[in-house]
Design a protein around this ligand. Structure first.
Ligand code: BG6
Length: 455
């Protein structure tokens, strides 16, 4: 895997660069983990000094040696992506800098034109192309985009960003599963009754009306982030530690996920969404989804994997709850009712950790009640790296494991495609609620309340 001699950042003056990529580059520079030319490309009136000031602001207005170092590494090629002259100037700027990593932080409609512009001046050789999400709009357009990019870069030199794969708590799921032996024997259909994944956001679509309306929750977070998460949770142990082995196992489990049955899906739209700037009148785009997926393999057959996500929900949290089957005989239920099930909770955001809901005897009584046994990883292990720091580090080094390989992307689109095809009207829900009422019935026995915090 070739290490980059220079990073070419398309869209250097855009939103993603300002919010995520420039601050990540600054932190990596400050930690001494990145020191290479960063060639920004953008359609902009700024000159290099202007770009440096823009970057300084993006990094919180810093004045320190780390920023000076980053500023010293910055270059700028200003121009339109449709103008061959832009790519000619980029070629001159990149001359002699070695292997290039082209990072496309630009709207997806520009992925193919930029790849073509690069190829026209030979900058697709000795180079890797990194593209942001979304990768396609459905299965057919994802395949079309992939074919376009493959004309200029082969799969080994293509990286598709899914920033959830850069999140340490997401990767920690794999560590938790495969570095400990206590979970694996019970991590299957014999012991797990259901798995519930909740990605809740308490804010609405804000100023992203036009983007959001063209996508909706399924395209925005389920096809990519949440199916990647499901793959990490459900996959078999990879036979070795190399990236390919991991990616192959993720593919194997996604391959076994049934295409969603629209009857197992509830789509919702929060009240007031239609009044948002950029949203089409009468739009049927969902801002909430709850769904039940099934994995047809020996480990998971018959176990519902329930996913819910949405905007304007009561809280901002990412949590996985696995519900274990109850004991075959009730001995310590309250008033003869079955005991509460054991739960294993993985908290992924905003804090990270694990909680086991175990049963213990209620003092003075003959029945048991759930008691949480928790560990807060941040308290015990210290702060975690930001997702984009890890994504950029891997973009530069070339390690593919935290990117979405195309066969995985393809499977994810296959899984959600029936929901995209059946665009009935979403059910209304109140802002600040947990979505439309029928969503409650998606998991057997309803959703477990999420823990929201360790304290
Ligand atoms: C993005 C979606 O990919 O992920 C957003 O477009 C969503 O709608 C965001 O809010 C969530 O990411 P994070 O890292 O803030 O949890």
């Amino acid at each position: 895997m070739a290490r980059a001699g220079a990073l070419v950042l398309f869209g250097v003056t855009g939103d993603l660069a300002r919010k995520m990529l420039l601050p990540a580059l600054y932190h990596l520079t400050a930690d001494g983990r990145l020191d290479l030319p960063v060639i920004g490309v953008a359609k902009t009136d700024l000159d290099l000094d202007g770009l440096i000031e823009h970057a300084r602001e993006a990094c919180g207005g810093v004045h320190d040696a780390a920023f000076d170092k980053l500023a010293g590494n910055l270059r700028l090629v200003a121009g339109d992506y449709g103008d061959p002259g832009t790519f000619e100037r980029l070629r001159e700027e990149a001359e002699g800098k070695g292997f290039l990593v082209h990072y496309l932080a630009v709207p997806p409609a520009l992925f193919s034109p930029v790849a073509e512009g690069l190829a026209a001046v030979g900058l697709n050789r000795d180079a890797r192309l990194v593209v942001e999400k979304p990768f396609g709009h459905d299965l057919a357009s994802a395949r079309e985009l992939n074919d376009d990019l493959l004309r200029h870069f082969d799969e080994d030199h293509l990286r598709r960003v899914d920033h959830f794969l850069g999140k340490e708590p997401v990767e920690d799921l794999m560590v938790f599963r495969f570095a400990n032996t206590l979970l694996e024997p019970i991590w299957n259909r014999s012991h797990i009754r259901s798995v519930q994944i909740t990605m809740a956001e308490d804010f609405d679509v804000r100023d992203r009306g036009a983007f959001y309306d063209a996508n909706g929750t399924v395209r925005d977070v389920v096809q990519n982030h949440l199916l990647q998460l499901l793959a990490i949770l459900a996959m078999d142990p990879p036979p070795s530690t190399d990236a390919r082995a991991q990616l192959d196992e993720k593919w194997r489990v996604l391959r076994a996920v049934q295409a969603l049955n629209p009857a197992d899906v509830v789509r919702g739209q929060y009240d007031g969404y239609l009044g948002t700037d950029g949203v089409r009148p009468g739009s049927t785009t969902e801002t909430f989804v709850a769904l039940r997926a099934y994995i047809d393999n020996w480990r998971w057959a018959g176990v519902p994997w329930c996913i819910r996500s949405g905007k304007a929900l009561p809280t901002t949290d990412l949590e996985v709850v696995a519900e274990l089957r109850r004991p075959p005989v009730t001995m310590f239920g309250n008033g003869g009712a079955p005991e509460s099930p054991n739960l294993i909770r993985f908290r992924l955001q905003p804090d990270a950790g694990v909680t086991f809901d175990l049963l213990a005897k209620e003092p003075g009584k003959q029945h048991a009640r759930p008691v949480p046994v928790s560990v807060d990883f941040t308290k015990v292990l210290g702060p975690m790296e930001a997702a984009y720091e890890r994504i950029l580090t891997d973009a530069v080094s070339g390690d593919p494991r935290r990117f979405a390989r195309f066969d995985l992307v393809e499977e994810s689109w296959r899984i959600v495609q029936p929901v995209l095809d059946a665009q009935d009207k979403p059910l209304p829900y109140e802002k600040g609620s947990w979505g439309p009422e029928p969503a409650e019935k998606i998991p057997p026995g309803g959703w477990h309340e999420i823990s929201t915090t360790f304290d």
